[in-house]
Design a binder for this molecule. Structure first.
Ligand code: GTP
Ligand code: MG
Length: 313
């Protein structure tokens, strides 16, 4: 993942009017591959990814550079019919990511049917005023005839500026997409230093990396019933960092699952997360995970701020 807060100055090409920079709202149904695609465009992992739907919870910006263009990719939570307050906040964050953008990039899972969720999004963006590009993702596992039908249907209904067929995992077609995005950015000075890859703070990234392990190592509904909060962060003189994170779950039975037999599951989650966080920070990390039951974490305003979400009424 990227490092943030760099002090490097932005190259001063702006005075000659040569640079381009703008925001791309990356939206789509859960699991369409938005975060994988943002990582592929940036060229580094800035967003966590999992095989489970509803992995991304808050907006996160990944920064890609192509020639003189700085492409600010706003990865958003998948759009679905919200139930809980957290769901509402996630869906609101997704639409806000599209509203504020210079261009909307709609990501469709070409290996799945255009379901109810995709329909909801098509309805939602049909009247948006920004230019639209469509990505049919997962071409590596989609059927060719489905791709052609899907492309025709979507072009007909949404009249996008471009439609791309890509595989975010293999990288197929991603270069062409990046070039098109670069060319579509408005002329503007770069908004961020040229070595910054994301807008997430180290704390947020660390919490996300632990959550990614929860998604990867635990099954069923558990990931959706949990949240990772940072309790304590200490950068030590010896160059290492001590991080205490709390994993909040809804129920006692879930706490038992996260802990595993004799605490083995939590240990594995902690080990994998510590390695990932250490690699991201580029220094030694001491990670302490605490599991706490709080059936009302979903209603805790402070937590929303912690994970980068607006409180949804
Ligand atoms: N075969 C294949 N799998 C892909 C591709 N792109 C993404 N995936 C997989 O699809 C799953 C979901 O990917 P994510 O990037 O987390 O999807 P997302 O749209 O960000 O999902 P949410 O954050 O839940 O909305 C992961 O298992 C990815 O590895 C692709 O091009 N081909
Ligand atoms: Mg995602």
């Amino acid at each position: 993942m990227s490092d943030t807060g760099s002090n490097n100055p932005t190259p001063d090409l702006s005075s000659k009017g040569e640079t381009r920079s703008g925001f791309v709202g990356v939206i789509g149904a859960p699991n369409a591959g938005k975060s994988t695609l943002v990582n592929a465009l940036v060229g580094q992992k800035v967003a966590i990814v999992s095989a489970k739907a509803q992995t991304t919870r808050a907006r996160l910006m990944g920064i890609a550079i192509a020639g003189e263009s700085q492409i600010l990719l706003v990865d958003t939570p998948g759009i679905f019919a919200p139930r809980r307050r957290l769901d509402r906040a996630m869906v609101a964050a997704a639409w806000a990511g599209a509203e504020d953008a210079d261009l909307v990039l709609l990501v469709i899972d070409a290996a799945a049917k255009l379901g109810q969720r995709a329909e909801m999004i098509l309805e939602g963006i049909k009247d948006s005023t920004q230019p639209l590009m469509i990505v049919l993702n997962k071409v590596d596992i989609a059927r060719r005839e489905d791709l052609l039908t899907l492309a025709a249907t979507l072009s007909d209904r949404l009249n996008p500026r471009h439609l791309f067929m890509v595989s975010a995992t293999s990288g197929d077609g991603v270069g062409d997409l990046k070039q098109a995005l670069a060319g579509a950015m408005p002329e503007a000075p770069w908004h961020f230093p040229d070595d910054q890859l994301s807008d997430a703070t180290e704390r947020m990234v660390a919490a996300e990396l632990t959550r990614e392990q929860i998604y990867n190592q635990l099954h069923a509904e558990l990931p959706y019933s949990s949240v990772v909060a940072t309790e304590k962060w200490e950068d030590r003189k010896d160059g290492s960092t001590v991080i205490h994170q709390q994993i909040l779950v809804d129920r006692d039975s879930q706490k038992a699952i996260v802990l595993g037999k004799g605490g083995t599951r939590l240990k594995q989650i902690g080990q994998a997360a510590r390695e990932a966080i250490g690699e991201h920070l580029g220094r030694k990390v001491h990670l302490f995970l605490h599991v706490k039951v709080n059936p009302r974490w979903d209603e805790d305003r402070g937590l929303y701020k912690d994970i980068g979400l607006e409180w949804a009424d």
